[in-house]
Design a protein around this ligand. Structure first.
Ligand SMILES: [Zn+2]
Length: 297
């Protein structure tokens, strides 16, 4: 696999690190292992079921764009069974910032800042007390956001694809964490006032099916809260095939604000808030992250 060329630019290095903190990243994990190259599948646009035209090659993978709806995605991508193994590997979370000494406190401070900012965005425009609201986080990693939410008064439920991370979250929170995909968790219809999924939608097998399941489990007056890297960001445009968020084993879909609005609408949501500003607490220090709030329609 082609590895990004080292660029001696402090902004680039900072952003690559912050992106890793956002979702742990697979630094030193299985993502760079060429052993995956025999376990690839061609992918189609989840919306149009069309193959994409190539934008960049990334070793065994390509970044492609749907000729009809402009959705950007990875093809070929890891097969589903290989992606299960990728996230089951403890090094997916522990190779990056979460598990080691010197960077940990900075990472924790950023996570606290993002959590506070995101909870603030979620509460804007929703009248009434927070206490007692039900919150599901899909992709709760080690449970830091849920811990912050619980301090604010939410009743929290976590779901995590990576079993080693779910164990850590359950220890931190003292509650059961669902392991697996959202559609497999057996959650009741309309069970949650809020469903949050930070840096998750770019990983899921089918974003539209995922959002339809979010729509099913959120209350009609509830909200969906999300973030993801975005393909029309300055870093994505500037660094092109060397953009740090092009992690082709994990990030299999890449959105713009336009394609995000489209997939949320198709799933029965309207996006009420989209924020890109890296000075906002919800996004602090991230030049390529978009944070949003969507409401059921
Ligand atoms: Zn398409």
């Amino acid at each position: 696999m082609d590895r990004p060329r080292r660029i001696p630019c402090p902004v680039y290095r900072w952003q690559a690190g912050v992106g890793g903190m956002a979702e742990a990243g697979a630094v030193g994990g299985l993502a760079g292992n060429d052993g995956w190259s025999g376990r690839l599948e061609e992918a189609l646009c989840f919306r149009c079921r069309l193959p994409g035209g190539e934008l960049y090659g990334l070793g065994a993978h390509r970044v492609v764009r749907c000729p009809s709806c402009r959705q950007v995605f990875i093809s070929p991508r890891l097969r589903a069974d290989a992606r299960v193994e990728l996230y089951a590997d403890a090094s997916y979370f522990e190779g990056g910032i979460y598990g080691n000494g010197t960077h940990w406190s900075m990472a924790a401070a950023l996570q606290r800042t993002w959590s506070a900012g995101r909870l603030g965005l979620m509460e804007d425009g929703v009248p009434g007390p927070v206490r007692g609201r039900t919150l599901l986080e899909v992709g709760c990693a080690y449970g830091w956001f849920l811990a912050a939410a619980r301090e604010r008064g939410y009743e929290v439920t976590g779901l995590e694809y990576s079993a080693p991370a779910a164990v850590r979250a359950a220890e931190l929170l003292g509650v059961d964490i669902h392991v697996g995909e959202l559609g497999e968790a057996g959650l009741a219809e309309g069970a949650f006032d809020a469903v949050a999924f930070w840096d998750v939608i770019e990983h899921v097998s089918d974003p539209l099916a995922f959002l339809r399941e979010v729509r099913r489990v959120v209350r009609p007056a509830g909200i969906a809260a999300f973030s993801c890297p975005y393909f029309d960001s300055v870093p994505a445009r500037l660094f092109r095939s060397r953009w740090w968020a092009l992690k082709p084993t994990e990030h299999i879909w890449h959105f713009t604000s336009r394609t995000l609005r489209s997939v949320f609408e198709d799933a029965g949501f309207r996006i009420r808030v989209l924020r890109r500003n890296p000075l906002l607490r919800a996004n602090l220090g991230r030049l390529d992250s978009i944070v949003g709030i969507a409401v059921p329609v």
